[in-house]
Design a protein around this ligand. Structure first.
Ligand SMILES: Nc1nc2c(ncn2[C@@H]2O[C@H](COP(=O)(O)OP(=O)(O)OP(=O)(O)O)[C@@H](O)[C@H]2O)c(=O)[nH]1
Length: 393
């Protein structure tokens, strides 16, 4: 089951990376096609003695496919640059069709050059096209075959048409070339897959380490360190924010938990802590509040955009969520169910994170000393008022 999930994740990553790679290298390859066709078109200006002579009469025809290569390459480059969704399936299909059309045009160029006496350079020209195509398209076997197969076929057909015979050496050379490029494509693709595997493994490892560094292993909640980071950020944000920047926090402690452990055993204690954690998580506001394990049987909740009164509502919800679980605690002198005491503190300008925590802690201390199974708010004079006490039945 787990393996299947890993494979799925790999498949997805592989497809996405392949798509990125093919777009990136197609860009490069289209530029190569564009520049290559321009160089062949203007070759006389560079070196009039170059052996790609095209006698009059043939020249126009040979220029046509070269122009076509130029125009198609430029048009597709333009589309790739300005397409709103460069990674869509349609773009991928368009690129494959483009590779076939470019290849057919190059076949025509080779054929016409061969016919006009440029024979000695045909093999070199085809080899350069095949090698650049291989570098650009090895990640997409279909695009590569659409580009390479017509070219390789063209070399053989052209030889057959323009020479009355075809030697064994020629045939062997063609076969060797075909085998060489295919084995090179497979090798490059193997490295590509391996690189994605490594990246996937590294990502998984980073994810695991992040979870280990930030999560409490028993409850899965944020650990104290992760909570502290979020709390510091909340204080920073609130300090720089104008207007309504209030936020609050809750500090919770399971009542008479030592007795619970002694009575039911440590393992049952662990399971009780997990249930308390779940109750808290279910009672807070999803995607907004952050629940953490402060240590031992103490929990902490960060409540963004919540005043002390809002926090008291959430504290009530936590108490009733826990009460509904009905976890027996026969060793408690508070009630015969597991209960929590809660301290509430609201941030006010100038307060540091540790000052806020210590306010929540002293409100919790007050709740404990007022009989447990209740919440208490902290007041600036560190004198929580008794009217704020709400006992859970
Ligand atoms: N099972 C279990 N117990 C834990 C864990 N962490 C801390 N404890 C226990 O939690 C208990 C905390 O006990 P105390 O701090 O004395 O508090 P209490 O018994 O809850 O009493 P009050 O808080 O005053 O109501 C200790 O017995 C710890 O061993 C844990 O991960 N699992």
């Amino acid at each position: 089951m787990f393996r299947r999930k890993v494979c799925k994740a790999f498949d997805l990553r592989y497809e996405q990376t392949r798509q990125h790679a093919i777009i990136m290298s197609a860009n490069w390859f289209l530029w190569v096609n564009l520049l290559f066709s321009i160089v062949i078109l203007v070759r006389y200006y560079f070196n009039p003695s170059v052996n790609l002579a095209i006698p009059a009469g043939h020249a126009d025809f040979s220029h046509l496919p070269l122009f076509a290569v130029m125009v198609i390459s430029a048009a597709v480059l333009y589309m790739l640059k300005y397409s709103p969704d460069r990674l869509s399936r349609n773009i991928w299909t368009m690129l494959r069709v483009t590779m076939l059309i470019l290849s057919l045009n190059w076949c025509l160029v080779l054929f016409l050059l061969f016919a006009s006496g440029g024979r000695p350079v045909i093999f070199a020209l085809a080899s350069i096209l095949l090698l650049t195509g291989l570098i650009a398209l090895y990640v997409d076997a279909l695009a590569w075959f659409l580009f390479s197969v017509p070219l390789q076929a063209a070399i053989i057909i052209t030889s057959l048409v323009f020479t009355s015979y075809i030697t064994v050496v020629n045939v062997l050379a063609y076969i060797a070339l075909a085998l060489l490029v295919e084995s090179a494509r497979r090798m490059l693709n193997t490295w590509f897959v391996l690189a994605i595997h490594r990246e996937q493994e590294n990502n998984d490892l980073i994810q695991r380490l992040e979870i280990q560094a930030n999560c409490d292993p028993l409850t899965g909640l944020a650990n104290r360190r992760a909570f502290q980071v979020m709390l510091d950020k909340a204080v920073q944000r609130a300090s720089f924010q104008q207007g309504d920047s209030t936020f609050s926090m809750l500090m919770l402690d399971v009542d008479k938990f030592k007795n619970y452990n002694d009575f039911y055993g440590h393992q049952a204690g662990d399971s009780c802590l997990i249930q308390v954690a779940e109750s808290i998580e279910n009672a807070v506001r999803a995607n907004l509040d952050l629940v953490g394990r402060f240590g031992g049987e103490e929990f902490i909740v960060l409540l963004p955009q919540a005043s002390a009164t809002d926090a008291a509502d959430i504290a009530k919800r936590i108490q009733s969520a826990l009460s509904m679980r009905n976890i027996e605690h026969m060793a408690s002198d508070v009630t015969n169910k597991v209960t929590v005491s809660i301290g509430i503190a609201e941030w006010s300008p100038g307060l540091t994170a540790s000052q806020l925590v210590s306010r929540a802690d002293s409100a919790l201390y007050y709740a404990k000393h007022s009989g447990r199974n209740q919440y208490q708010m902290f007041y600036p004079a560190n004198n929580p008022v008794k009217e704020q006490t709400v006992k859970q039945a």
